[in-house]
Design a protein around this ligand. Structure first.
Ligand SMILES: NC(=O)c1ccc[n+]([C@@H]2O[C@H](COP(=O)([O-])OP(=O)(O)OC[C@H]3O[C@@H](n4cnc5c(N)ncnc54)[C@H](OP(=O)(O)O)[C@@H]3O)[C@@H](O)[C@H]2O)c1
Length: 333
C-alpha cells in the first residue's frame, strides 16, 4: 500500500435529477478495495453521454451500480485487494468502471484495468477505456469488421466516433463518418476518415452509395437511430451489418424488414455498462492483446478536447450537451 491514503475524498454527486448544476461536490469515504479489486488514485475521469442521462434521471442503472457517475478513469494503483497479482502499488493504469469515476479514489476490479499506453499521458488515458471497449465489442466482436471493408460511423466527432475512425483505419478499412459541421468533418478527416459527411447539408445514403460505386457499405456503427434506420438499411451492402450503441433520435420507427431479408443483413446492438465483470474482463483482455500494441506502432492517438477540474463537472456536462466538443472531455481531481 502506498502511503498517504486519506480516509475521505471529494466526489461529484447528483443532488437531484436535472440540469448540469445538480452536480455538486460532496465528501465520501475512500473505499477499501475488496478481493480482486485495486484502489486507484484518480488522475482523470472521462465524461460520457451516459453520465448526462444518469444526471437527468433517464439512464436505466444496472443493478449494483453506484450513484456517483463516471464510467472510466486513469490513475495510480495505491492499494491491491486480496488475490490481485497482475497489478502492484505504483502502477499507472486506465480502467473501465460501472460508476464512481467522478472522484479522487475508486476501487475497480483489477481485470477491468489496462496499462497506460506508451506515448499517452496519464491524464489523456482517462478518456480511453469506455470508447475503446465500446468500439471493440460492437465493431469487431458484433459486426466482425474485416480489413478492406467499408464502415460508416454516425457521430464521427464523438468520443466513440474518433475511436472508431482510428481503429477501423488501423484495421485497414475504409471509413465514412457523419458530423454536424464542416469543422467537425475536417477533424474527422484529420483523425483518418476517408469521407466526412456534414449531415446538415449532405445525405449520407447518397454519399455512401457514390463512394462505394453503388454497392453500399459493409457496416454501420450508429448512435442516432430514429429516421436514420430505414436509410441505413438502404445504404448497407449485401451481408451488411448495422449496430446500435445508442438511439438518440428514437427507438421506434417504420422500416423495410424485407430489405434485411433480401440483403442478408445483420442488425444488432449492445450496452457495455450492464455487462458482468467477466464479460468486461474479456473485452479488456482482447483490447490488450489486439489493440494496445497499436499505440507503440503510432496507429492511435489520444483525443482529449478539454479537461475541467473535478469540481467543475457541471461545466463539463454543459459542454457535452452543447455538442461543441470533438473527442473527449475529462475531469481532473
Ligand atoms: N451502448 C454502449 O455500450 C455505449 C457506450 C458508450 C457510449 N454509448 C453512446 O454512444 C454515443 C456517443 O457517446 P459519447 O460519450 O462519445 O458522446 P458524444 O461525444 O456527446 O457524442 C454524441 C455525438 O452524437 C452526434 N450526433 C447527434 N445527432 C446526430 C445526427 N443526427 N447524425 C450524426 N451525429 C449526430 C453529435 O455530433 P454532432 O454535433 O456532429 O451532431 C455528437 O458527436 C452516446 O449516445 C452514448 O450514449 C453507448
Amino acid at each position: 500500500m502506498l502511503a498517504n491514503i486519506p480516509a475521505t475524498q471529494t466526489v461529484i454527486e447528483i443532488s437531484k435529477p436535472g440540469t448540469p448544476e445538480v452536480l455538486v461536490p460532496a465528501t465520501r469515504p475512500v473505499p477499501e478495495p475488496k478481493a480482486g479489486e485495486v484502489l486507484i488514485r484518480i488522475a482523470a475521469g472521462g465524461v460520457n453521454r451516459a453520465d448526462c442521462l444518469q444526471r437527468m434521471g433517464r439512464y436505466p442503472m444496472p443493478p449494483g451500480a453506484p450513484d456517483i457517475p463516471g464510467l472510466e478513469c486513469s490513475g495510480t494503483v495505491v492499494k491491491c485487494g486480496e488475490g490481485v497479482t497482475q497489478w502492484k502499488d505504483g502502477d499507472q493504469v486506465c480502467a473501465l468502471m460501472i460508476g464512481d469515476g467522478y472522484g479522487e479514489y475508486a476501487a475497480v476490479p483489477a481485470v477491468q484495468c489496462l496499462p497506460v499506453p506508451p506515448g499517452v499521458s496519464l491524464i489523456d488515458a482517462g478518456g480511453l477505456p469506455e470508447t475503446f471497449c465500446t468500439v471493440w465489442t460492437n465493431v469487431f466482436e458484433r459486426m466482425h469488421l474485416q480489413p478492406g471493408e467499408t464502415v460508416l460511423v454516425q457521430g464521427g466527432s464523438s468520443g466513440i466516433g474518433v475511436t472508431a475512425i482510428q481503429l477501423a483505419k488501423a484495421w485497414g478499412c475504409k471509413v465514412l463518418v457523419t458530423a454536424g459541421s464542416d469543422a467537425k468533418c475536417a477533424a474527422c478527416r484529420e483523425f483518418g476518415a476517408d469521407v466526412a459527411i456534414n449531415y446538415r447539408t449532405q445525405d449520407f445514403v447518397t454519399v455512401g452509395k457514390e463512394f462505394t460505386g453503388g454497392r453500399g457499405v459493409d457496416a454501420i456503427l450508429d448512435m442516432v437511430g430514429g429516421d436514420y434506420i430505414p436509410r441505413e438499411i438502404e445504404l448497407l451492402a449485401h451481408e451488411g451489418r448495422l449496430c446500435f450503441v445508442a438511439l438518440m433520435r428514437g427507438n421506434k420507427v417504420e422500416a423495410d424488414f424485407g430489405a434485411i431479408q433480401r440483403k442478408h443483413l445483420t442488425v444488432t446492438g449492445s450496452t457495455l455498462r450492464s455487462r458482468s465483470v467477466a464479460q468486461k474482463a474479456a473485452i479488456i483482455t482482447a483490447l490488450r492483446e489486439k489493440v494496445w500494441p497499436m499505440w507503440a506502432q503510432g496507429k492511435l492517438r489520444p483525443f482529449t478536447f478539454r479537461q475541467f477540474p473535478l469540481r467543475k463537472a457541471a461545466a463539463a456536462h454543459a459542454l457535452m450537451e452543447s455538442s461543441e466538443h470533438i473527442g473527449k472531455i475529462l475531469l481532473v481531481p
